[in-house]
Structures are given as structure tokens and as C-alpha cells.
Design a protein around this ligand. Sequence first.
Ligand code: SAM
Length: 293
Amino acid sequence: MNGSYHTSVLLQELIELLNVQSGKKYIDATLGGGGHTGEILKRGGKVLGIDSDQEALDYVKENFQFSIFNFQLKLVKGNFREIEKIAKENRFDKVSGILFDLGVSGHQFDTPERGFSFQKQGPLDMRMDTSLKIKAKDLVNILTKGELYELFTKLGEERFARAITNSIISARRIRPISTTGELSEIIGHSVPGKIKIEAEARIFQALRIAINDELHSLKIALPQAFNLLEKEGKIAVISFHSLEDRIVKKQFIEWEEKGKGLILTKKPIRPSIEEVEKNSRSRSAKLRAFEKK
Ligand SMILES: C[S@@+](CC[C@H](N)C(=O)[O-])C[C@H]1O[C@@H](n2cnc3c(N)ncnc32)[C@H](O)[C@@H]1O
């Protein structure tokens, strides 16, 4: 199995904020390679681990057999947009902590066949849940010029969205765009050379967010997560771009203003220089946490 499963970001910082207690229940809404889950289990916590990607569940099942056998760990394939229903079905409805480590896992990113990386040749897919019908290549080939432009502007915050959209429209007239390499090349030809990589990252990010409906899922999951917390229960969220961080920040401020609890991170916690050096994916990570009253 791919070693890149073991690159959990802001691991110790998040675990400290959750203040994990032995015998208490926790939900890991984004199981991935189980890095965060493993730390909670080590401290005696019970975990409900959710992921929409079957590969993540299979990996953790294989590596955490002991905890599953001892009823410390329960695994469910599902989308955290349904976290309240999933938690209730599994008797995890009064929990001490819930964590969201958003975005793609190291494994998803490093597996070319999943199509998440513009630096690896693969099909233009980007589905976290491979049972979803629409892949990134469908959006790239089917959306209208206006829709593509809007997608790249809103979800990619891309300055060269117009030029990139025009190039995509011209290229797909000749033949459908179906690989990560083809799309990267089109983006590369549409922007100044020195910002090529940033533009590719932003366009791939926009497509990924759309395919997996990431922002909407987060927006509807946070209030549900809040309902699942017991008194003094905590929610911790690690985000990787400003659009998702904004949702978390806004939600936490709203809860605090309504007297529902306290923001534990007045400023988001960022990874140390050493962590960024070891794992470049952590560069844009921000950790925020909230405690219910
Ligand atoms: C950054 S990784 C988590 C890594 C994990 N914390 C670790 O330490 O190994 C994010 C994971 O969340 C999953 N995911 C993303 N959005 C999801 C959603 N809406 N519902 C369920 N799982 C989701 C992805 O499939 C991916 O495996």
C-alpha cells in the first residue's frame, strides 16, 4: 500500500485541541489513511471513521484490525454531508469531538489513475467517491463556455480563466479532453510560463471542488456536527484553501455570537516550517477549532 497515506497534516496540534480522553467517542469525518484516527485510538478514544472513498476504508480496515476487533473503531463508507444520520445509525450521537481534515489524501493525490494531480498522467477523473457518475472530464467537455469560466473564476479564483476557457473550447472541438496531461498542456499554453504551475493547481482544484461538491458538503455538515457534540465537545477542521476556510471561520463566528460556545483558535493554526519542508501539501493548511458550551 502506498506510503503516502502517512502524511497527516497538523496531526499533534489537532489531537491536542480535541483533548482526547480515554473511553470517549470521536468522529473522524475524513478518515483517509487513518493518521488522525490512529492518534485518537492510541489515547483510548473510540472512533467512528467516515470516508466516501472505499480505498481509504479498505486501507484502514487492513491496518487497524485490532481496534475494529475490540470495538474501538467503526468504519462507514459515506459522505460527511450526512454525518448526523451516519452517526445516529452507529450510536455516535453524543460525542466529545469531531474532526474534518478536508480535501484529498496523499494516497488519492499520488495515485495517477484517480486523476487528482496535474503532475501525473492519468484519466481526468477526480471523484473521491468512485460511485459518483460525473467525472472531471465530463465537466471539461460538456459545460458551456460561460459555465467553465464561472467555475474557474469562482472555485479556482483564476485570473486567466477567460484564456484557459477559450483554449479548452478550441481543443475539445478537435477531440474530447480526457487526461490530466492534456488539460495541463492546454492550461500551460494559456498562461504566462512563470505562473503555469499555480494556474494548473487552481484549475484542477476548481474541478475537484465541483465534482465532489466540496463546499456545499462542508456547509451542511458543520451544523449537523454541532448537533452531535456533547457539552464541551469540540469540532476541529483543517482546510486547504481560502474558500473552505471562509466557511469554517464564518460558521464558528456565528456560533460564538449566538452564545453556543467558544472559538478555540482566535487565529488559525498553521503548520511549522519543518512540517511544510517534510510535506509540501501542508503549506496552505489552516486548523480551526470550536468548543460547544
Ligand atoms: C486529507 S484526507 C484525510 C487524511 C487523514 N486525516 C489522515 O490522517 O490520514 C481527506 C479524506 O477525506 C475524504 N473526504 C473528503 N470529502 C469527504 C466527504 N464529503 N465525505 C466523506 N469523506 C470525504 C477523502 O476521500 C479523503 O480520504
